[in-house]
Design a protein around this ligand. Structure first.
Ligand code: GLN
Length: 483
């Protein structure tokens, strides 16, 4: 069962080959064995998980099971879950037990999915290596000296290590795709507004988007069917008719036009990553696709644009953590301002503080026009570049990240070097476009490489379909680390 996909687990439950309680128990055993080393989970609560599993079994016995009822998964600790400690990877929320469910968590519950715990992540989803978590680094299951990527590093590592068959993640500037690529799994960030942000603790609200992370594109489609949908509790949730994201899994690829942006194969791209991505494109040609050259001329501007706008939004969003209503409060203080200052100084880590400072600066009087407003204008231009490209192609392909997973500690002291990691993932978030990472090979040293696919708005079903077709003729997604 260890390498089973969501689809296979659903079939095992339907045929009564396994009960949900047995599955939960098996995965919890593996989690307990591997987590002390990998640190993918922040919170595990076997009793709670087993209760959910028994409830799923009861539901099935009553003939009320849906497709995924009784299948286990785990949630990135950015999603709050009722009765679960929900930390966002931050010390400031170390004692916060949520009184309610995020909409994504609630939707998974309604579908009968069993929550196996809360997954490690960079603090408030700020980072590209999971080294910014107050709960310690996550190790990459393929190579314990390597980072798992971030910020959904716990989610990616847990799926790669087969501690869970699937996980939720969030992606503000690449946090589903880059860790998926570093850990050799499949993950999709949907079009902005498709997955509710209610209860998904805000980092940069106009970018943040939740999405599924799993072994296969088919599993991502099944989980996205559960996660996505209009939510009146999120003012940016899109009111659209429900979609079946599995509907294009079997669509043949003949005639598919793949755009290759020259800016995605430029200086700084590792040779092995480039070779693996181009080999994947060759595979697509065999499946009937054609390739066209496109240009996304403002790719380089994505980094400064994102690192102005996202911190600006973060500086506002994180003002709610003040030690008054919830979370860490300093033990000693002289007055209210001192209490705020000490609580926040003690509760937030270095990277979060750096972003709050940057964000407050670019929003301040006198700098707003020069930085924030200008970045908003460039954001629009970046979105327009994509629309020009989509006039001649159906999807864009390139690397998810310029390198495979790098060594733990190798970039942590240099924030600019770390931000460069996001060069290929940020633009789709700036434009609100769906984007995914699909396993496409390994480096000579055995670290996974991801192919990034960017689609036009609402093309998730098409993207998942073309990833599924690729996974029918390749087996990168089936490789698992020996643990
Ligand atoms: N690495 C990017 C950042 O640090 C993106 C993180 C994310 O997508 N949550 O902001």
């Amino acid at each position: 069962m260890q390498n089973a996909t969501l689809k296979q687990l659903a079939e095992a439950l339907a045929s009564k080959a396994a009960s949900s309680e047995e599955l939960a128990q098996d995965y919890l055993t593996r989690i307990n064995a591997l987590n002390p080393d990998l640190n993918a989970f922040i919170t595990i609560d076997a009793d709670k998980s087993l209760n959910e599993a028994r409830a799923a079994d009861a539901r099935r016995a009553q003939g009320q099971a849906g497709l995924l009822t009784g299948v286990p998964l785990a949630h990135k600790d950015i999603f709050v879950a009722e009765g679960w400690r929900s930390t966002c990877g931050s010390k400031i929320l170390s004692n916060f037990v949520s009184p309610y469910d995020a909409t994504v968590v609630a939707r998974c519950k309604t579908a009968g999915l069993v929550n196996l715990g809360k997954l490690n992540c960079d603090e408030f989803a700020m980072g590209s290596s999971n080294e910014n978590s107050a709960y310690g680094v996550v190790k990459n299951p393929w190579d314990r000296l390597a980072v798992p990527g971030g910020s959904s590093g716990g989610s990616a590592a847990a799926v790669a290590a087969r501690m869970v068959p699937a996980a939720t993640g969030t992606d503000t500037g690449g946090s589903i795709r880059q860790p998926a690529s570093f850990c050799g799994i499949t993950g999709i960030k949907p079009t902005y507004g498709i997955v509710s942000r209610y209860g998904m603790v805000a980092y940069a609200s106009s970018f943040d988007q939740g999405g599924p992370m799993a072994q296969t594109a088919e599993d991502c489609a099944l989980l996205l069917n559960v996660m996505a949908g209009f939510d009146e509790l999120d003012s940016t949730s899109l009111e659209r008719a429900p979609e079946d994201y599995t509907r294009e899994l079997d669509t043949p690829l003949a005639g598919l036009r793949i755009g290759l942006p020259k800016e995605y194969f430029a200086e700084g791209l590792d040779g092995e990553v480039a070779a693996a991505v181009l080999a994947a494109v060759e595979e697509y040609k065999k499946l009937g696709a054609t390739v066209v050259d496109v240009s996304l001329p403002r790719t380089r501007m994505a980094i400064p644009t994102y690192y102005i706008l996202a911190p600006a939004e973060a500086s506002s969003n994180l003002s709610r953590f003040d030690g008054v209503r919830y979370g860490h409060r300093a033990a000693e203080y002289t007055d209210l301002n001192d209490m705020y200052e000490k609580s926040r100084s003690e509760g937030f880590g270095e990277e979060v503080k750096r972003r709050i400072l940057t964000g407050a600066y670019v929003l301040s009087h006198g700098y707003y026009d020069a930085y924030y407003l200008k970045a908003q204008k460039v954001r629009r231009l970046i979105a327009e570049d994509f629309q020009r490209a989509f006039e001649v192609c159906d999807v864009i392909m390139g690397p998810a990240a310029p390198t495979a997973a790098f060594d733990l500690g190798s970039r942590a002291s240099d924030p600019l070097q770390m931000y460069l990691e996001d060069v290929y993932t940020l633009s789709p978030n700036l434009a609100g476009l769906p984007a995914m990472s699909v396993p496409a090979g390994f480096t000579r040293t055995g670290r996974p490489i991801g192919l990034q696919v960017v689609g036009n708005y609402f093309s998730e079903a098409k993207m998942l379909g073309l990833a599924h077709q690729y996974q029918q003729v390749t087996n990168w997604h089936q490789q698992a680390p020996v643990l």
